[in-house]
Ligand binder design. Structure first.
Ligand SMILES: *Cc1c(COP(=O)(O)O)cnc(C)c1O
Length: 358
C-alpha cells in the first residue's frame, strides 16, 4: 500500500530572525504572561474521571456565558464540531451547511471518515444564509433517499470574510429547522467576534441552537482548546464520543487555566482587532481599488481579490513575505487576519508594504 499524504507544513523553523507580522490566522498568538503564570499554578486532576477542578471551572464559566446547562472542554474546534456531527447525524444522512463553512469544506473528510455523513450545501454570498434557503434545503427528497438530520450555521463566517450572521436571521433559521423537526448546531469558533461586532450577547446566539461551540485558541488568545456547549444529555454523550475520538485527557487543567484567562480577558479587546482589520482593508482598498470592500469587513478577517489587481495571491503573499509580513493564500484570495499580536502600527506597516507590492 502506498501512503499518499499531504506535504510537510513549511513552518517558520527559525528562518525569521527579524520580527514578522503574522497575519496568516488568529491562531498564531502566543499566550500572555498572565496565562503562563495561571497555567503554571493551575490546580489539576485527572479529567477522564471528571477530577480536574480547573477544567470543571472552565466548563462552568463557558456554560454560564453561553447560557447552556453544560459544556465540555475539547482539544480543538474541529473536535467539537465532529463530536456534534456524530451525535446529531446518523450514518448515511446529511447536514445542511453553507458550502464554504468549516464543517462543509475543511471538515468534509473528517465527517465522512468519523461519522459516515455528508453535507447538503447551501451557497450564500459572504456565507450569510437566509432562512428561506434553509427551509428549501430541508424539503424532503422526493425519491426518499437523502435525509437531513441537522442544520449547521457558522458565526462569524470565516470564508465569508468574518461576516456576522444577525441573531434575527438565526432565529428565522431556527424556525425553519423546527418546522422540519431538525436540530440546529452553531459553529461559533468566532462567536465572540460576532458578539463584539453586533452587540448581541453570545448567549442570545447560543439560545437559538441546540448545541454550539466556541474556540478559545483564536481571537481570545488561548494556546489550545475549544468548548462544546449544550444540555446535560448532549454533553454526557459528547464526553463519550470525545473518548472514542481519542480526545479524553488527563491533567488538562494546565490548558484550561489559559482558557479561563481567554474567556475573561479575550472578548473585551476584540473590537481593537476589528478596528485594525477595517483600517487594513481601507489601506489596501486605497492602494488597490476594488480588490477589497472595506465596509464588508465587520470583524478581524480581510480577504483581497488579487484578480482585481491583475495579480495572483501566490505572488502577493510571496512579495509580502520578503518584507517580513505573513499572509495566507486561501483559495486564490489573499487572507489577512488581525489578532492580539498585531498592533495598529503593524497594520500601517502592512499597508506601506502593500503599496510597494501592488
Ligand atoms: C478554525 C475553525 C474551526 C476549527 O478549529 P480548530 O481549533 O482549528 O480545529 C472550526 N470552525 C471554524 C469556523 C473555524 O474558523
Amino acid at each position: 500500500m502506498s501512503l499518499r499524504s499531504a506535504p510537510e507544513p513549511r513552518g517558520l523553523n527559525g528562518t525569521y530572525t527579524r520580527r514578522v507580522i503574522d497575519l496568516r490566522s488568529d491562531t498564531v498568538t502566543r499566550p500572555s504572561e498572565t496565562m503562563r503564570s495561571d497555567m503554571a499554578s493551575a490546580e489539576v486532576g485527572d479529567d477522564w474521571f471528571g477530577d480536574d477542578p480547573t477544567v470543571n471551572r472552565l466548563q462552568e464559566e463557558a456554560a454560564g456565558l453561553l447560557g447552556t446547562q453544560a459544556a465540555l472542554f475539547v482539544a480543538s474546534g474541529t473536535m467539537a464540531n465532529q463530536i456534534a456531527l456524530r451525535i446529531f447525524v446518523r450514518p448515511g444522512h446529511e447536514y445542511v451547511a453553507e458550502a464554504r463553512a468549516h464543517v462543509a469544506s475543511t471538515e468534509v473528510h473528517s465527517a465522512a471518515a468519523n461519522a459516515g455523513i455528508a453535507p447538503r450545501p447551501i451557497h450564500a454570498a459572504l456565507g450569510l444564509v437566509a432562512a428561506e434557503q434553509v427551509a428549501e434545503a430541508l424539503r424532503p427528497d422526493p425519491y426518499g433517499v437523502r435525509v437531513v438530520d441537522l442544520v449547521c450555521m457558522e458565526n462569524t463566517h470565516q470564508a465569508g470574510g468574518g461576516s456576522v450572521l444577525a441573531v434575527e436571521t438565526l432565529r428565522g433559521i431556527r424556525k425553519a429547522a423546527d418546522e422540519a423537526g431538525v436540530p440546529l448546531y452553531l459553529d461559533g469558533a468566532r462567536l465572540f467576534n460576532a458578539s463584539a461586532a453586533s452587540g448581541t450577547p453570545v448567549g442570545e446566539y447560543a439560545a437559538q441552537a441546540h448545541a454550539c461551540m466556541v474556540t478559545l485558541s483564536k481571537g481570545l488568545g488561548a494556546p489550545v482548546g475549544s468548548v462544546l456547549c449544550g444540555d446535560e444529555a448532549f454533553i454526557r454523550e459528547a464526553r463519550r464520543v470525545r473518548i472514542q475520538l481519542g480526545g479524553g485527557w488527563r491533567q488538562a487543567g494546565i490548558l484550561a487555566a489559559a482558557g479561563l484567562v481567554a474567556l475573561r480577558d479575550g472578548p473585551a479587546r476584540l473590537a481593537e482587532d476589528h478596528a485594525n482589520a477595517r483600517r487594513l482593508a481601507e489601506g489596501v482598498a486605497d492602494a488597490s481599488p476594488g480588490a477589497v470592500l472595506p465596509e464588508q469587513v465587520e470583524t478581524n478577517i480581510v480577504y483581497v481579490e488579487p484578480g482585481e489587481m491583475g495579480q495572483t495571491a501566490a505572488r502577493i503573499v510571496g512579495a509580502l513575505e520578503d518584507r517580513g509580513i505573513l499572509a495566507g493564500d486561501v483559495g486564490g484570495r489573499v487572507r489577512m487576519v488581525t489578532h492580539l499580536d498585531v498592533s495598529q502600527s503593524d497594520v500601517d506597516a502592512v499597508v506601506r508594504a502593500w503599496r510597494e507590492v501592488a
